[in-house]
Every structure is written in structure tokens, then in C-alpha cells.
Design a protein around this ligand. Structure first.
Ligand code: ADP
Ligand code: MG
Length: 698
């Protein structure tokens, strides 16, 4: 009673707490809060997860066979025929225009529930049975004073519920105020645009998503709300990108023919067409006085490092310093080594900063960086972010491999505005390139350099293990090297069959390959030890390298042509593909053995895909399908809110349209200050806070 008075006394707005709605007291408001619903506006955005439809009731006399209908009528008689093979409960129902027979197979439960004299509403498909109209197994509802005689009762949204709040209860709160509240929803777009884009107005969309009059209107409502969601996300990206491009200055790098020639002389091979195309894009970016913000994408071994080094040398030629950041020490080490190889006898000053670099030595290095003496600094992300001052940092190269750590980019940009090149070996599906990476330009290396042997991948069962060992022995005798990769360092209880690197190293070196040199490498070893083992493996002193996924990234030993992944079902697709990228780096044929016993369907699909495909793009698309975008993005702090209703995979066409329109809008009204953009601007600020820098100017 009290809440009813409230309803009429207070003007409801979108920011009114739900507690002031009829049927919501303090306790229920708490429960709503658990669902993230605090205000009327939140409630409006609490969308059903499914919808039911029941047509408006039809008079029995008007029904044609094969119509899907709802009828309202009085139960004239009932009959339960239990003796049939399929026992059935039958009722005759009439209204003022005719009689309809209703049967429920196995309807014994209806005895005592349905009785002559009751009024019911039933819905289903009408058929003719022995010349009489019949509904078979319809949904039905007893109508009495509590239940309105309306289709609405059955139809409409099914809400994600929780303990203490059913879908129906949620519906009873929102339905009565829906019309009034939806009317308060501001429109984002002008009519012309909406018509052209075939989008219904926003307030109808909100009204219909909760109580759709029919399926077509529901589809329209969903389309509109999905579009808005994608559009706001793309606007956020467009604004962020605009801000980076227009409010920060970078030092432009001149790329004369002479500089180009001098850099290319460093490489002992001709660059591939793809590498050249990427370099052209990078050089064009770096020639601008706004910072480059580019993603260099290419499968493992496709030759990204060379492209990145070109960019680095271009910056150095322009008297700028370069920071190259890797996710792990091993990878930093690897980058440094390849740079050393290419820069032998050059007067470019470069240094590797590791965790082992301490005391005086470290201070000396930091000083040299600070004075501008050092041109290229290589290290892990953590190290380079810590306390290093550059004199004139002009380019940051970030090797993310398959871990996306964007916030780090942003951090670095705060101090200076260097050009930025992010390398990734995980081919990013187009949908992600437009969302999570939507503020970056993208360069792609599609084809690896020539002279790569094929990789054969096999999924090996327990029974075939000995055969595989025998095969590997033959490769070892032919002086090839082998990786054995394990999901973990040491055995843990309950890990069951899954083998661990340390235990297996003993077994392999003593029992399986006693005649060869087998060494262990894992992440918890001291840096120096790791470096030593990697160096020996590189020099061919070690035949079999037993390791955890520390070899996953960056290791480049062309003579290693066999890889065994133990417990392969424990790894994700991207990771398996990364691992496999360590082999196939010479003209010799390579072999990848995935040892796995699993009943898990997803794991099986992953292994199947691996044996079928060696194409990183295809694998990434499949990965996205198996895992869903949420998980793929979860490691990447993109600062964008989750999508509630749209899906970047299923709504790709809408995404493309939203992206185009969003970027166009920002190019015309970069701070969204025009009057017609006021509502959008407000919605953006509510959604992103200041993550996109709109508030700066507000
Ligand atoms: P990525 O960083 O993409 O994994 P790298 O740049 O490390 O790939 O290159 C992989 C291997 O291919 C390296 O051994 C490198 O020397 C070699 N390579 C790169 N570009 C070429 C090229 N254009 N022609 C021949 N070999 C190349
Ligand atoms: Mg590399």
C-alpha cells in the first residue's frame, strides 16, 4: 500500500532507486542490487535472456486448422483415458462461438487440477482430428481474479533470476511502469539516420525488449539495442584514438633512401613482400609528428622481429632512443641475441637489462640510458617500466606474444609520446581487431619467409607412445634437436596422468634417451642457469630440451625439428600454436606430437584443429569460437565495459556499421559537443567515466 502511494506521489525518473517502485521494499531492493540493478534506469537495462510468445486470444469459431492460437473458454467436460498405450487427458472447452477439444498426452497430473466450470486460457497449434478442432499438449493457464485475461501473462521476457528474485517477480516490477519509464529514454540519433540505418527509436526498443508485442518487434528492438551498445563502444575507441593522435606530439622520423639502404644492409636476406609492406606503413606513421600506434601482427616465425628492428634502426637514425619490451626474460634475451646478430660491428649502442643486472653495473647502464648514450634498450616490460629515464625515447616496441597488456602502453605514453609498435604472434580475429584493438592501426605479415619445411602434427595416444619415442630417436640420430614441453614443473597430487617436467626429465634422460644429452629448463630456475641452458641448446650441445612453456615464446633454434607436448589437452589453442611455432624453422620437415588422453570435448576439438591446420588465422578464429571473446579478452585490460546484449562474433555486420558511423561522428565532432550529440555524450560518460578523455574538455 505504502509503495503504491509513493508511485503516485513521486515523479519516476531513470535515476529513481528501484526501491520506490511498487512491489519493491528494502529487502527486495537489496536483492536487485545483487543483480546490479539499483535505479530504474538499471532495471530498464536489465534485459530478458529469452522471450515467450502467446498470441492474443482468438474466438474458437474463427480458428483455422494449423493456426497457432490462444483461446479463452470454459471447461465443459473432462475425461482421463488411462487404459491407452499413451494415456491422455481430454477437455472440451467452449466459448460463445464454438467448442474445441484439448488433449494432453500423459496428462494424469491434470486430474484434480482441471475441472468443469473453470475458465482457462490455452495456446498451441490447432489441428483437425476426426473433423473436430483440437489443441494437443497446449500451454495453459487457469484464469481467475488474480490472473488477467491477457496474453501478456504468458508472453514476454524471461529474466536472469537469482535467489530470492524470480523472473516473474522481476517482470511484475518492471511491466507496470515500463511505458512511462521507456518514454524517458533519450534518443541518440536523428530521424534521417535512423531511417537510413533501419533502426527503430530507442524508447520503443526499451519497451519492446521487455514486453515485445510480437517476434518481429522484438527483433527490431534487439537490433537497435545491440547497435547502440556497439556504437558506444566504438565511439569510446574512436575518441581514445583521436585523443592520442591530436593531443600528443611525437618526433617525426625521416626515412631517406640512404637511411633505408643502410638499414637493409644489416639483413642477410631480402625482405619478403609482406615485410616490405609493413615497413612502408610503419615508416609512413613514424614520419608524422603524431605518435604511431600500430599493431604488427604475424604468425610465429613470420619475420616480425626484422620488421621491428627496421623500425628501431629508423628511430636510431633519427637520433632517438628505442625501448624493446618483452613479456619474459627469456624472450628479452632472445630479442637481444637476434639484434646482436644483425647489428654486429655497427655503432648502434644497445643493452639488455635483466633482473640479474645489479648494483654499480646497473647504475652505470641506467646512467648511460639517461644521458642518451644508449640507442636501444631491451628488457622485460616490468623492468623497463620500473625506474628507467630515457633522454629522448622515440619508439617503444612491445612484444606481447599472445598476452595483451595494453595498459602498459598507456602508462608509457604518459611520460613521453614515443611512437609505439605492438607485436603480436597471435593472429587477432577481425572482430577483435575492431574491438579490443580498435584504436590501433594494423599491419599484417601473412606469409612466412621462404624455405620453411612443413610441420606434421599428430595426436598421440598412450598406446602409440613407444612408437613415437622410436621415431624421435631416429631424428636425434640424424642430429636433429627435440623439445619436450610439459604443463607443469613438478608433479602435483591429483594431477592424475599429467606428467611434470622435472619427473619426466629424469625418466627421459635415464630410461628413454640415455645415449643423448637431455636437459631441463623451467621458469623457476635462476636467470643465469636458464641463459646457459638456452645457449647450449642453441649451439647444439643439448639434444633434448625438457621444459615448461618457457620455450613458448621467442626461441629460435632452426635445428630443433621435433616438438612433443605432454598433456596437450591442458593447453589452449593459441598456446599450442605458439609452441608449435618453435619448430618448422628450417627447410627440414618438422614433427609435432601432441600427447593427450582426454574425454573433454573442447579439448578434443582443440587437438583436432591442431592436427588439421597450421594456419594461425584459422586457429585463432576457431579459438574464438570455442572460448568466446570474453575469455580471449580477459587478459587484456581494455578499459571498455562488457557487452550486455550484442556479440562481436554474431553481430559482426552491426559492428562494422557501428564502427564506421562512430569514427565518422568523431571526425566531424571530435569532442561530441554539438547539441545533437548531447545525449550520446552523456551516455558515453556514464558508461566509460573518463577512460576516454571526454571529460577533459567538458
Ligand atoms: P617472428 O618474430 O615473427 O617470430 P622472426 O623475425 O624471429 O619471426 O623470424 C623468424 C626467422 O626467419 C628468423 O630466423 C629470421 O632470421 C628469419 N627471417 C626473417 N625474415 C626473413 C626473410 N625475409 N628471409 C629469410 N629469412 C628470414
Ligand atoms: Mg620472434
Amino acid at each position: 500500500m505504502e509503495s503504491e502511494i509513493r508511485n503516485s506521489e513521486f515523479e519516476i525518473t531513470l535515476s529513481t532507486p528501484v526501491q520506490f517502485l511498487k512491489g519493491v521494499g528494502p529487502a527486495r531492493a537489496e536483492t536487485f542490487a545483487q543483480l546490479g540493478v539499483r535505479t530504474v534506469g538499471d532495471l530498464l537495462e536489465y534485459f530478458p535472456r529469452d522471450w515467450n510468445f502467446m498470441p492474443e486470444p482468438t474466438k474458437i469459431g474463427r480458428i483455422r486448422p494449423n493456426d497457432t492460437v490462444a483461446i479463452v473458454g470454459m471447461v465443459e467436460s473432462i475425461d482421463y483415458q488411462s487404459y491407452r498405450r499413451q494415456p491422455l487427458f481430454e477437455a472440451l472447452v467452449s466459448d460463445d462461438t464454438g467448442v474445441c477439444r484439448i488433449v494432453w498426452f500423459h496428462g494424469g497430473y491434470l486430474r484434480g487440477q482441471l475441472e468443469p466450470g473453470q475458465v482457462i486460457m490455452a495456446s498451441g497449434k490447432a489441428t483437425l482430428y476426426k473433423h473436430q478442432l483440437q489443441l494437443t499438449n497446449p500451454k495453459f493457464l487457469l484464469l481467475d481474479e488474480d490472473h488477467p485475461q491477457s496474453a501478456e501473462y504468458f508472453s514476454g521476457g524471461v529474466y536472469p533470476a537469482c535467489k530470492g528474485l524470480t523472473s516473474r517477480q522481476i517482470k511484475r516490477v518492471i511491466a507496470p511502469v515500463l511505458d512511462k519509464v521507456a518514454d524517458l529514454v533519450p534518443e541518440f540519433y536523428e530521424d534521417d539516420f535512423r531511417k537510413k540505418a533501419d533502426l527503430i527509436c530507442r524508447k520503443d526498443a526499451f519497451a519492446w525488449i521487455h514486453l515485445p508485442p510480437d517476434e518481429d518487434k522484438l527483433a527490431q528492438a534487439r537490433r537497435r539495442l545491440k547497435y547502440d551498445e556497439l556504437f558506444l563502444m566504438q565511439l569510446g575507441l574512436a575518441l581514445r584514438r583521436y585523443r592520442v593522435q591530436h593531443y600528443s606530439n611525437a618526433v617525426p622520423c625521416d626515412c631517406s633512401e640512404q637511411i633505408d639502404r643502410r638499414i637493409r644492409r644489416r639483413f642477410p636476406f631480402l625482405l619478403t613482400e609482406d615485410q616490405n609492406a609493413c615497413i612502408a606503413e610503419i615508416a609512413a606513421d613514424m614520419s608524422q609528428s603524431k605518435p604511431m600506434n600500430r599493431l604488427l601482427q604475424g604468425d610465429v616465425g613470420s619475420g616480425k622481429t626484422v620488421v621491428a628492428l627496421y623500425a628501431a634502426l629508423l628511430a636510431v637514425a633519427n637520433k632517438l632512443q628505442v625501448a624493446i619490451m618483452a613479456p619474459t626474460e627469456i624472450l628479452a634475451d632472445q630479442h637481444f641475441l637476434s639484434i646482436e646478430r644483425y647489428l654486429k660491428d655497427s655503432n648502434v649502442n644497445r643493452v639488455l637489462i635483466t633482473g640479474g643486472l645489479n648494483g654499480k653495473k646497473r647504475q652505470g647502464v641506467l646512467k648511460a640510458v639517461g644521458s642518451g648514450e644508449i640507442d636501444i634498450v631491451v628488457g622485460t616490460v616490468a623492468l623497463l617500466q620500473a625506474d628507467i629515464e630515457f633522454q629522448r625515447l622515440g619508439l617503444v616496441i612491445i612484444d606481447e606474444q599472445h598476452k595483451f597488456g595494453v595498459e602498459q602502453r598507456a602508462e608509457l605514453r604518459k611520460q613521453t609520446t614515443p611512437h609505439c609498435l605492438v607485436m603480436t604472434a597471435t593472429p587477432i580475429p577481425r572482430t577483435l581487431a575492431m574491438t579490443a584493438f580498435g584504436d590501433l592501426d594494423v599491419s599484417v605479415i601473412k606469409h612466412a619467409p621462404p624455405g620453411r619445411g612443413a610441420i606434421v602434427t599428430r595426436w598421440v595416444s598412450r598406446q602409440e607412445r613407444q612408437k613415437a619415442y622410436q621415431f624421435i630417436r631416429e631424428r636425434l640420430k640424424a642430429k636433429k634437436q627435440v623439445y619436450f614441453v610439459y604443463p607443469r614443473i613438478t608433479g602435483v597430487e591429483q594431477a592424475g596422468d599429467v606428467k611434470a617436467a622435472t619427473d619426466e626429465w629424469e625418466h627421459l634422460s635415464r630410461k628413454v634417451f640415455p645415449e643423448f644429452t637431455v636437459e631441463l629448463l623451467h621458469g623457476q630456475m635462476p636467470s643465469a642457469k636458464k641463459q646457459q641452458i638456452m645457449a647450449e641448446f642453441r649451439r647444439g650441445k643439448i639434444d633434448v630440451l625438457v621444459s615448461t612453456v618457457v620455450v613458448e615464446v621467442g626461441v629460435d633454434v632452426p635445428n630443433a625439428t621435433v616438438m612433443v607436448v605432454e598433456g596437450a589437452d591442458q593447453f589452449g589453442l593459441a598456446q599450442l600454436h605458439q609452441l608449435r611455432g618453435r619448430i618448422g624453422r628450417s627447410e627440414a620437415k618438422s614433427y609435432c606430437f601432441l600427447f593427450a588422453e582426454t574425454d573433454n570435448d573442447t579439448a578434443k576439438s582443440r587437438l583436432d584443429i591442431m592436427t588439421r591446420s597450421n594456419d594461425g588465422f584459422e586457429i585463432a578464429e576457431q579459438d574464438l569460437r570455442l572460448r568466446g571473446p570474453g575469455e580471449m579478452l580477459s587478459t587484456r585490460q581494455h578499459g571498455l565495459p562488457d557487452l550486455k546484449i550484442a556479440s562481436i562474433v554474431d553481430d559482426f555486420d552491426l559492428l562494422v556499421m557501428a564502427r564506421k558511423n562512430a569514427f565518422e561522428m568523431v571526425s566531424q565532432d571530435s569532442m561530441l559537443t554539438r547539441a545533437e550529440h548531447r545525449n550520446i555524450r552523456r551516455a558515453l560518460l556514464a558508461k566509460f567515466g573518463d577512460a576516454i578523455g571526454l571529460a577533459d574538455v567538458a
